[in-house]
Design a protein. Structure first.
Ligand code: ATP
Ligand code: CA
Ligand code: CA
Length: 413
């Protein structure tokens, strides 16, 4: 399973050309989209823009190391979304197009998507399937409206949808391949270590990650796996929120789940990262060493820490409305029954929310439904998926030991 520490993608890496082209395309497309913002029209939700890059360059595109085509979907809509999410256009460009580009997540998942982090770990680029791209385009209006009406939404923040078309050699033939990708928020902070990560769906079918416990050496610690529903239940975990945060969390979750069900989406997860304020930050130091700076210059670590802090201050003064689930170091502190803060920070959001039920899942429901309990399997219709998801999360907030046992008799006390 994936862990959130990447391998640097630099020249010579198999995916370097793809990553280079993605970033070159984003840089040119985003900087071109900088006129006065006008109110969006239905046309903006259908608009696409194409750019062609080659070694020589022309009046529209600067010269590029490789020849490729770039397509930008609904640029004005995403520009407005970025503004709604409080991103500064110049910062966005800087993060995505700095020279030492990206790092790639260790191993791609079942879906075959690739993930890249921007150098500063603020953004994630995820390659997606054609069907996912299509679904996002079809539902972009509803997504946009939801974001506008729900500034504290937990649903993934989408900042851009693009395609690169480039020659890829395959069995000594050159084929032109289309690669669709999304830019979105990294839920996890660049400056704090996540001590445990859970990817929760509310189903139990195959939802277990085998954990090597305890870690034998510091290196193993750095490869902490992403845990799932059964681990969550087995470890008797719970989200600790006092009444105020609990209410807000469940209300927002309900609205978000309702949107996803309306859009016929399922298979999404609640991604939850847990930072323990009483523990160290070793992994971040390791990550800096690996991907950010030259290890022989430890003083740079300090520089980086400072610049992160400064940036946060700037961001704070920029965004008038503080996002509820990002109020503490980019996440949200746990709290007790009197709403007093506890020494845990949660980073939480709904991810992988572009799977359209009608596309893929019908068959799966059919054959699994034949011999399994519907609560166990992961593919059920979107409404059922949503309510099962919601119920699981609601039961996970401030769970008492008695409830734990009752909810899940399979877990031995
Ligand atoms: P599959 O369809 O097999 O579940 P996928 O390729 O669609 O996989 P996701 O489910 O989107 O991938 O993400 C896989 C993992 O990547 C997550 O469990 C999480 O660890 C990490 N991840 C995904 N999106 C984010 C994000 N926005 N912020 C931080 N981590 C993320
Ligand atoms: Ca997933
Ligand atoms: Ca997926």
């Amino acid at each position: 399973d994936r862990v959130l520490i990447g391998n640097k993608v630099s020249e010579g890496h198999v995916n370097f050309t793809i990553a280079y082209n993605m970033l070159t395309g984003i840089r040119v497309a985003v900087s071109r989209c900088s006129g006065i913002m006008k109110p969006l029209t239905p046309r903006d939700f259908r608009m696409t823009k194409k750019l062609a890059f080659d070694f020589h360059g022309n009046e529209l595109t600067p010269s590029s190391q490789y020849a490729f085509k770039f397509k930008d979907y609904c640029p004005e809509v995403f520009r407005e979304l970025r503004a709604l999410f409080g991103l500064d256009p110049a910062d966005y460009l800087m993060s995505l197009t700095s020279k030492y580009i990206l790092s790639e997540l260790n191993s791609p998942g079942k879906s075959g998507s690739f993930f890249y982090f921007s150098r500063d770990y603020k953004y994630i680029i995820k390659t997606i399937h054609h069907a996912e791209h299509q679904h996002l385009r079809r539902t972009l209006k509803e997504y946009y409206t939801h974001i506008k009406e729900n500034p504290d939404t937990l649903v993934s923040q989408f900042y851009g949808l693009h395609r690169v078309k480039m020659p890829i050699s395959f069995k000594s033939k050159i084929k032109h391949r289309k690669i669709y990708f999304l830019v979105m928020n990294n839920l996890f902070p660049p400056h704090l270590e996540i001590h445990a990560t859970f990817d929760l769906k509310g189903s139990t079918w195959g939802r277990y990650t085998k954990v090597y416990n305890p870690p034998q050496n510091p290196d193993e610690e750095a490869h902490r796996p992403v845990l799932k529903d059964l681990n969550w239940l087995e470890e008797q975990r719970s989200i600790l929120f006092g009444p105020v945060k609990k209410k807000k969390f469940l209300q927002q979750l309900e609205r978000d789940v309702d949107l996803l069900a309306r859009l016929n989406i399922m298979d999404y997860s609640l991604l939850l990262g847990i930072h323990d304020m009483e523990k160290g930050n070793d992994l971040i130091d390791e990550r800096n060493r690996l991907t950010m700076f030259n290890p022989s210059q430890p003083q740079l670590k300090e520089v980086r820490r400072k610049s992160v802090a400064e940036e946060q201050m700037r961001n704070k003064s920029k965004t008038a409305v503080e996002r509820f689930f990002q109020q503490d170091e980019g996440g949200i502190r746990a709290s007790d029954q009197f709403n007093n803060d506890l020494n845990t920070i949660y980073y939480v959001g709904i991810i992988d929310c572009l799977t359209n039920y009608s596309c893929i899942k019908k068959l799966e429901t059919f054959w699994r439904g034949l011999n399994h309990d519907l609560n166990e399997i992961s593919a059920v219709p979107p409404r059922d998926y949503g309510s099962r998801f919601y119920d699981f999360m609601a039961a996970s907030v401030n769970r008492t030991p008695v409830q734990r046992y009752k909810d899940n008799p399979k877990v031995k006390e």
